[in-house]
Design a protein around this ligand. Structure first.
Ligand code: ADP
Ligand code: MG
Length: 629
């Protein structure tokens, strides 16, 4: 007896719906993307009951004719794709003709739509995929979709929904991602009657970022731009000191589409190597633009992933853009002693995105306005260090030498309302202007060593600013860079009295596996009996008194790392054990030498990513003492 049964279109729709509509947030994303495809300039997203109960998306786009308003809920009904050739270069957000069919299959939908030229519009209501009512209706130009009771007919899926709070903030996050991708469209998002964010739609990424991420996060971002073989990158990345506890604030867009990409994420993070603390992540809003033919968006029904015809080209473009932005950053942090002013300036409204615990995400709501502590909060408790708008990173560090194929774009503008309105919107073609050659080869202002505070911080003065430098962190970085220079042979020092050490079986195994690396880096180790090791030599920079402590730390790190990362982590330990320590007496000449390197921008972050220098300007001091307002 035949056992194969052809499923009814309704069941097929329900199955397909499961892929497209995972959660109410997916409905928000699909409806918002449809509005963008319809050429809307203004879109409003409203939701309540975590989105499960109610989602309404209203746009002022092209609207639909009456026939289309009935047909748009059919599966594979789309105005965006006509034949298979179209699949090769997709320029719209949608193209699969699945979203509305999927949404309608699992909820109650109402549609109200009118085209600009039509005298009247159309009203359609659909429940569980069946059209219930359709008639002419008066309405403004554009389209409104109202979606109620998502998953009312699929109780199995409903069971998986999280709390209204969690689903609601996921909806807002989805809307935020789409809105950030298109700074040229104004998006308002209202949850439970409260405005969550409102982007002005002025075409500037910084405006959208400010509206969505909040002031503090937006101001800690550095502009990043670059181009590599037809792949253009523009946008913003966080300064290393503003690393976050998760990747929730990494936003990547490809041709205006919000996507997730491990390779872009890796490219970004690679650029921060050795400047960001382990366990901290950069934030970004990076817009990648390339020919639609060079990217395949038809990878998954949710269209969240893409495939590039040349992964490497895109990887390099992102990596070098981020790297040159970081190289251009001065790396000293300006102290802002006035936290209260900061609070007053922060706009009310949206400041929360769901924290990212893996993208499918359980969320903990987190306030993006509160800058995440970039390093152990205990180390610099009272100092709040945003990068104020309008302060341009000075380019005094060693110049970045781009790879041959890579061409840096003109020096971009800083975020901030006073900045030149350079269009950050990827949708608009950008005029290639030559970079203004402003650098004059003037001597830097002389540096005066004032002294040392608490045997920990070097105090120096240069022009109208005071530099406070963490002497251990600065020295550690200096040694690390020296050790890391590949062409430099690491010198070894023979210990006057060889040290015997019993590392324990696990560490012994690690030492044996990494023998060649340790030898290359200046250690001479010999096994002694079954359990002991004799240490005969250590890297010359290192304090021999720290031999065992250093080796214990190194074994711990080598348990997990390999390759270049392992090498770096060993060097970090050596540098740390070689550097002068807080609490030690250090002579003035040494303090001055360090301060000079820091002032020249040669040393910016310690190898663990902590900043080495905080500056205090005369203006800030004058303000604190009431000399100026
Ligand atoms: P896709 O976006 O992949 O084409 P959808 O199911 O999302 O598929 O939408 C089906 C069609 O309905 C679209 O191709 C478009 O013609 C029409 N449509 C959907 N939303 C809107 C809207 N907000 N304004 C105008 N037309 C719309
Ligand atoms: Mg669509």
């Amino acid at each position: 007896m035949a056992v194969i049964n052809i499923l009814s279109p309704h069941v097929a729709d329900m199955i397909a719906a499961g892929e497209v509509v995972e959660r109410p947030g997916s409905v928000v994303k699909e409806l918002l993307e449809n509005a963008l495809d319809a050429g809307a300039r203004n879109v409003t997203v409203e939701l309540s009951g975590g989105g499960t109960t109610f989602i309404r998306v209203t746009d002022d786009g092209c609207g639909m004719a009456a026939d289309d308003a009935g047909n748009c809920f059919l599966r594979h009904a789309t105005s965006k794709l006509h034949d298979e050739r179209g699949l090769e270069a997709i320029e719209t957000m949608g193209f699969r003709g699945e979203a509305l069919a999927a949404i309608a299959a699992v909820s109650r939908v109402e549609l109200l739509t009118r085209r600009a030229g039509d005298g009247e519009g159309t009203y359609v209501s659909v429940t569980g995929g069946e059209i219930q009512d359709m008639r002419a209706a008066g309405c403004p130009k554009g389209t409104t979709f109202t979606v109620r009771d998502i998953f009312y007919n699929t109780p199995a899926r409903l069971k998986f929904m999280k709390s209204d709070r969690a689903e609601g903030s996921w909806c807002v996050q989805q809307a935020a991602r789409v809105a950030l991708g298109r700074p040229d469209v104004s998006v308002r998002c209202v949850k439970d009657g409260k405005e969550e964010f409102f982007t002005p739609g002025d075409g500037r990424a910084e405006s959208a970022m400010y509206a969505i991420l909040g002031r503090a996060a937006a101001l800690s971002m550095l502009p990043a731009e670059g181009e590599n073989e037809g792949v253009t990158v523009s946008g913003f990345i966080s300064s290393p000191a503003a690393g976050r506890g998760s990747r929730a604030m990494q936003f990547f867009f490809v041709n205006g589409r919000t996507i997730r990409s491990q390779s872009l994420q890796a490219a970004l993070e690679q650029a921060y190597k050795n400047t960001l603390m382990v366990g901290r992540f950069p934030a970004c809003a990076l817009y990648v633009t390339l020919s639609p033919g060079a990217v395949d968006v038809n990878v998954h029904p949710t269209k969240n992933e893409v495939k590039f015809s040349s992964e490497k080209r895109v990887f390099d473009a992102v990596y070098y853009s981020a790297l040159s932005a970081l190289q251009g950053e001065r790396g000293t942090l300006e102290m802002d002693l006035s936290r209260s002013t900061e609070k007053k300036l922060a706009p009310a409204g949206y400041g929360k995105l769901a924290g990212d615990k893996g993208d499918a995400g359980e969320q903990t709501a987190m306030d993006l306005r509160t800058p995440a502590p970039a390093y152990g909060a205990a180390s610099v408790p009272a100092v709040h260090v945003p990068r104020p708008a309008g302060i341009r990173p000075r380019q005094s560090g060693p110049a970045f030498t781009p790879s041959k194929a890579y061409r840096p774009r003109p020096q971009p503008v800083q975020p901030g309302p006073a900045a030149d309105p350079a269009p950050a919107n990827t949708a608009q073609p950008r005029a290639e202007k030559p970079a203004p050659r402003t650098e004059s080869v003037s001597e830097p202002a002389p540096l005066r060593l004032v002294g040392e505070l608490l045997r920990t911080y070097i105090v120096a003065e240069q022009a109208d600013r005071v530099l406070l430098i963490d002497k251990h962190a600065a020295h550690e970085r200096m040694i690390f860079d020296r050790l890391k220079a590949r062409d430099r042979q690491i010198m070894s020092q023979t210990l006057l009295t060889p040290q015997t050490w019993r590392p324990g079986p696990e560490a012994l195994e690690t030492l044996t596996t990494n023998g060649p690396l340790l030898e290359e880096l200046g250690f001479a180790l010999e096994s002694y009996g079954d359990e002991d090791v004799i240490v005969r030599a250590v890297p010359d920079a290192m304090d021999p008194g720290q031999t065992v402590a250093a080796l214990e730390e190194i074994c711990e790190k080598l348990k997990t790392g390999a390759g270049d990362l392992a090498r770096d982590s060993v060097l970090q330990t050596v540098a740390c054990k070689a550097a002068i320590k807080a609490g030690w007496d250090t002579d003035r000449a040494e303090l001055l030498a360090l301060a000079e390197k820091v002032a020249a921008g040669e040393i910016r972050y310690c190898p663990h990513g902590r900043p080495v220098c905080v500056t205090l300007t005369k203006k800030e001091l004058d303000r604190q003492f009431g000399r100026i307002k």
